[in-house]
Design a protein around this ligand. Structure first.
Ligand SMILES: [Zn+2]
Length: 81
């Protein structure tokens, strides 16, 4: 991985795409007149600098998918979200 990131993505490509879309919706980075980031948002900071945050994000995502899958198969509601 190149660039200023200290973190590494441990998910697959589909999950990376999903993350990118979520990022685009939540990103609040500020840019200067030259198109460079002048003020990085907290989400980007966490993703680039905090490996545990990144891994945690993936973990929660996979857990949620498993629950949703189980819910669909059983026809029961496991949670109300
Ligand atoms: Zn951002």
């Amino acid at each position: 991985m190149s660039g200023p990131a200290d973190t590494e993505w441990h998910g697959n490509d589909a999950e990376a795409e999903e993350l990118k879309r979520a990022l685009n919706r939540n990103c609040q980075c500020k840019y200067d007149d030259f198109g460079s980031v002048s003020d990085m948002c907290v989400v980007h900071k966490a993703l680039l600098k905090d490996q545990r945050f990144l891994d945690g994000l993936l973990f929660v995502k996979r857990m949620k998918r498993q629950f949703t899958e189980a819910e669909r198969k059983s026809g029961k509601k496991w949670h109300s979200i």
